[in-house]
Design a protein around this ligand. Structure first.
Ligand SMILES: Cc1cc2nc3c(=O)[nH]c(=O)nc-3n(C[C@H](O)[C@H](O)[C@H](O)COP(=O)(O)OP(=O)(O)OC[C@H]3O[C@@H](n4cnc5c(N)ncnc54)[C@H](O)[C@@H]3O)c2cc1C
Length: 163
């Protein structure tokens, strides 16, 4: 049975690992639109904003060869044309798109985190739109670096929308 995993994040990675652990010996193809195999995002809003660059890739490159998981850097627009018996769509979440403004960042990928970390080095005032977990972690990192920080949210207080 050929399995296709669309999206190469934590969910796809754990799915591939579980299939192999349960003895699935058919082909597994994993398609991801980021140029690296699955990685852990939590350090992006923590260590990365302190200038650190820990290894975040969930498994080393050799794991994919050893477990016969075919990772391909490719954005999938449709399942039409892909050969599979079962497909898992594990494409995650993307930040709500706002009109692009100069000096505006989003924080989802490793590259986003590096760009934000570098920008913070020369930022005097940071406005963060969204006072959820990630917004607050960025605020904490920015304040620790001496950046004046304003958190903006539709809710009256941080986390109100989650209660
Ligand atoms: C900055 C940050 C900090 C976080 N911190 C924490 C934390 O401290 N604790 C915690 O529990 N969680 C945290 N999270 C959330 C956690 O990272 C997510 O819950 C987890 O990444 C979800 O995994 P996923 O595989 O569902 O999706 P993702 O990790 O989003 O993976 C989906 C992948 O699919 C790719 N993709 C999307 N569309 C396509 C397509 N059409 N074709 C091919 N590929 C596609 C995406 O680019 C992405 O690489 C954080 C997230 C971020 C962004």
């Amino acid at each position: 049975m050929k399995i296709v995993l669309v999206g190469a994040g934590l969910a796809a990675q754990r799915c591939a690992e579980t299939l192999r652990a349960l003895g699935h010996d058919g082909p597994i193809a994993m398609y991801g639109d980021e140029p690296h195999p699955p990685y852990d995002r939590p350090p992006l809003s923590k260590a990365f904003l302190k200038g650190e660059r820990p290894t975040v890739q969930l498994r080393p490159d050799v794991w994919y060869r050893d477990h016969d998981v075919d990772f391909r850097h490719q954005r999938i627009e449709s399942l039409d044309g892909l050969e599979y018996d079962r497909a898992l769509i594990a494409t995650g979440a993307t930040p709500v798109a706002l009109e692009a403004l100069p000096h505006a960042h989003t924080l989802r990928t490793r590259e986003d985190a590096i760009a934000l970390d570098e920008a913070l080095a020369t930022t005097r005032h940071l406005a963060i739109i969204g006072a959820g977990l990630i917004g607050q972690e960025v605020a904490s990192a920015a304040v620790a670096r001496g950046v004046r920080t304003t958190l903006i949210d539709a809710a009256e207080r941080p986390f109100d929308a989650l209660m």
